[in-house]
Design a protein around this ligand. Sequence first.
Ligand code: ZN
Length: 160
Amino acid sequence: MIKKDSVVSLSYTLKNENGEELDRSDAANPLAYMHGHGQIVPGLENVLEGLATGDKKEVTVAPEEGYGEVQPQLRIKVSRDKFPADAKIEPGMQFSSKMEDGGEIPFTVQAIEGDEVMLDGNHPLAGKTLHFSVEVSEVRPATAEELQHGHVHGAGGHQH
Ligand code: ZN
């Protein structure tokens, strides 16, 4: 049964409100995570608590339990000349930017309007309601080493 410190392998399909598939991980290539450590969105993690191998679940996750609401202050305009002159800037490009607090946020280029580049530092799934179909493929206790490292080792996890 899934509880804190369980290592859980999942296959899942993630769709948006319109039923369009955004992401999937099939049974041959499951997602592995350590339960109770905030490694997956809270709305999904909470629902998985108590499930066992072979259990299936349909889960709808609101933005506040998913990737958060869209933060307008992360949508910014930057003058084109802040970028290297020879850099090719195109919509969809991503790069990291240092914030005042020292953290790094990945920004995505939304558009280029004249001399200005429109950037968005929100997670692509921020503000979205997420529909997960999940199947639990394996549940096991974390090893002492995994607990020490704070992540899963082996298939679907870290290889080192
Ligand atoms: Zn490790």
